[in-house]
Design a protein around this ligand. Structure first.
Ligand SMILES: CC(C)(COP(=O)(O)OP(=O)(O)OC[C@H]1O[C@@H](n2cnc3c(N)ncnc32)[C@H](O)[C@@H]1OP(=O)(O)O)[C@@H](O)C(=O)NCCC(=O)NCCS
Length: 201
């Protein structure tokens, strides 16, 4: 199967932003994210990739169909890195101006386990290095092992971020969004996110 990987920066990403939001709303409704979103509201967040001149989408196409997306933006431009977290990183010798933030990585379920995320990551890292950012920051969902909505067959894989040179950092991020509750209701609450850092080299 031939997959084509293309890179879009800043305003060039605009064409793909709605697809990214559609993929986010669908994919992140599942465990561990439990995000109950809608595309129109989600677009407020994903616009950042178009409005930042160094925003980036790395897109995997099968013919003309999008089957995977990796997004990112300079770390100083993501809402996840507020002043408090910036200072906490600074204390660890991590200057956020030197870092690029990894947004979402999503592969269409029908195309998973074929190395597409790996190809997207490799291209993404190449581009980030070419833009002159020595390091990268990423986040991942942190759900309790005994979370009632964890599927029984949910397997903990070797994290794709570990495979690409990221190390888990003690810093914990939060993201506030409408979250599926075990009793079926939806509540806007803070969700914990683990922080990962990939240093130069
Ligand atoms: C994570 C994801 C992008 C992987 O896509 P993929 O194209 O199947 O990945 P590849 O075939 O290149 O590599 C497979 C590797 O990805 C990693 N991986 C798969 N699912 C993962 C998950 N839920 N969390 C972390 N890493 C995962 C594993 O290391 C896996 O290798 P293994 O099966 O040998 O353990 C895909 O499962 C996905 O879209 N998941 C939902 C969205 C998501 O959780 N994205 C990550 C956070 S934004």
């Amino acid at each position: 199967m031939t997959i084509r990987i293309e890179v879009f920066k800043g305003a060039e990403t605009a064409e793909y932003i709605r697809t990214l939001s559609e993929m986010r709303v669908k994919t992140f409704s599942e465990f561990p994210y439990l995000y109950v979103g809608n595309v129109e509201d989600d677009l407020v967040y994903t616009q950042v990739y178009s409005t930042s001149s160094q925003g980036m989408l790395v897109v995997a196409f099968k013919d003309e169909t999008i089957v995977g997306i990796r997004s990112g933006v300079p770390a100083t431009q993501t809402k996840f890195l507020n002043e408090e977290r910036r200072q906490q990183l600074e204390k660890q010798g991590i200057n956020s101006r030197d870092y690029y933030f990894c947004g979402e990585l999503i592969v269409d379920p029908a195309f998973r386990q074929r190395g597409i995320a790996g190809q997207l990551m490799t291209k993404f890292i190449e581009e980030v290095n070419a833009m002159g950012f020595p390091g990268m920051i990423a986040i991942s969902s942190n759900r309790a092992r005994n979370h009632p909505l964890r599927p029984q067959n949910y397997s903990e894989k070797v994290h794709y971020l570990s495979k690409h040179g990221f190390e888990k950092n003690p810093l914990v991020f939060t993201a506030q969004y409408p979250t599926q509750q075990p009793d079926g209701s939806v509540k806007v609450e803070d969700n914990q996110l683990a922080c990962w850092v990939r240093k130069k080299g």
